[in-house]
Design a protein around this ligand. Structure first.
Ligand SMILES: Nc1nc2c(ncn2[C@@H]2O[C@H](COP(=O)(O)OP(=O)(O)OP(=O)(O)O)[C@@H](O)[C@H]2O)c(=O)[nH]1
Length: 191
């Protein structure tokens, strides 16, 4: 079993953005690569959970593999992506990132990781009072909890956190957590 694996969630619909967010660019580089690179020097391996039609557009990278959501939970959102990666790559801890945070960086991931401790099931940043469950660390112990939520079709990340033993850590770098969901946000932060 690996000590720590990175997960990049890139299987969403991007309905608000109107085209796949993973391939939107900042300074000529695809958003998804910012997520992969932020994790690259911190974790042993990275699993990108994405759609089959995206896979051929993604570059081959060392220690990075591309998988799909488990058939059973396809279309069920980030919790399904998280569970799919946890089931297909065993590790003690996971650090998850979405594919739409193009200012995320290794420094922030290391800051999060510095709170890693077996006492907790999840380490979740709070930035400007807002919790960030998709930019967080999860212990393998939460896998069963996610599965039972998915089985009940309960898909809320906040509801999931309510059943976990969570260490909320205040992080200050708001810019690293900028999340692009719409073309308006793209114009405002990257334009
Ligand atoms: N693997 C996987 N990732 C998902 C799924 N749904 C959302 N994500 C990812 O989770 C992150 C946050 O997703 P959202 O922005 O809430 O949803 P989205 O579907 O990408 O965008 P909207 O359609 O505009 O809501 C993004 O990185 C998505 O790619 C899913 O069902 N499977």
């Amino acid at each position: 079993m690996k000590e720590i694996v990175g997960i990049v969630l890139a299987g969403g619909q991007s309905r608000r953005f109107g085209e796949p967010k993973a391939f939107a660019k900042r300074d000529g580089k695809e958003f998804i690569l910012y997520s992969v690179e932020a994790l690259q020097h911190v974790v042993e391996e990275i699993v990108v959970v994405t759609r089959p039609e995206f896979m051929e557009h993604l570059p081959v990278m060392e220690h990075v593999s591309f998988i799909e959501d488990l058939k059973k939970y396809k279309g069920k959102g980030p919790l399904a992506g998280l569970f799919s990666a946890m089931s297909q790559c065993e590790a003690k801890w996971y650090i998850v990132l979405p594919c739409d945070t193009p200012f995320m960086n290794a420094r922030m991931i290391k800051a999060l990781q510095s709170h890693q401790n077996e006492r907790w099931e999840a380490i979740v940043p709070r930035v400007n009072g807002q919790i960030q469950p998709l930019i967080a660390m999860y212990h393998d112990r939460v896998k069963g909890k996610i599965q039972s939520m998915l089985e009940k079709n309960e898909l809320s990340m906040h509801r999931f956190l309510s059943v976990c033993h969570v260490n909320y850590v205040d992080l200050m770098d708001e810019r690293a957590f900028v999340n692009i969901n719409t073309k308006e946000e793209y114009e405002r932060f990257i334009g």
